[in-house]
Design a binder for this molecule. Structure first.
Ligand code: SF4
Length: 147
């Protein structure tokens, strides 16, 4: 059983989680790492607290109290305009401080976001193709279905 904590970008703090929960159910995007028959549980779901992400310092501790064994940084951190500049630090901090593995991404990238980013100079500079490599390998049809 995977016990997952999700941290979302505070720009999307009002998000109802529709894409993340769909992707988890359908094992798409960064959730394709879990087998279809592997039980999963969301043990925590929180915003980062707003730039520069103050909640990231504390919220994994709450996740741990619920048995969390892996943290996902939501796809909104990857595809916001601009992408979150702190992803690498969040990942390193959570892994070091809480000894929890951190995955960059949750649901597949909606294709319209990827196409816009591909036209922006700061997308290349943001290193997201490497950081969120599994999301980049999603099929075009699935990305379209998340538009
Ligand atoms: S850009 Fe990063 S630090 Fe700023 S609100 Fe979004 S996730 Fe938090």
């Amino acid at each position: 059983m995977a016990k997952i904590g999700i941290i979302i970008c505070d720009r999307y703090r009002g998000c109802g989680g529709g894409k993340c929960f769909r992707a988890l159910r359908e094992r798409q995007g960064a959730f394709s790492r879990y087998a279809a028959d592997e039980p999963v549980e969301i043990v925590g779901y929180s915003g980062c607290g707003g730039c520069p992400g103050g909640n990231v310092e504390y919220v994994p501790e709450e996740f741990l109290k619920n048995g969390c064994d892996i943290v996902h940084l939501a796809t909104g951190l990857v595809v916001g305009y601009p992408p979150c500049p702190h992803i690498r630090q969040f990942k390193e901090f959570i892994q070091m401080r809480y000894e929890l593995p951190v995955v960059v991404g949750t649901h597949p990238i909606p294709l319209k976001y990827l196409e816009t980013h591909n036209l922006l100079t700061f997308w290349d500079q943001s290193d997201m193709r490497e950081l969120a490599a599994p999301l980049m390998m999603e099929s075009r049809d699935i990305m379209i279905s998340y538009n």
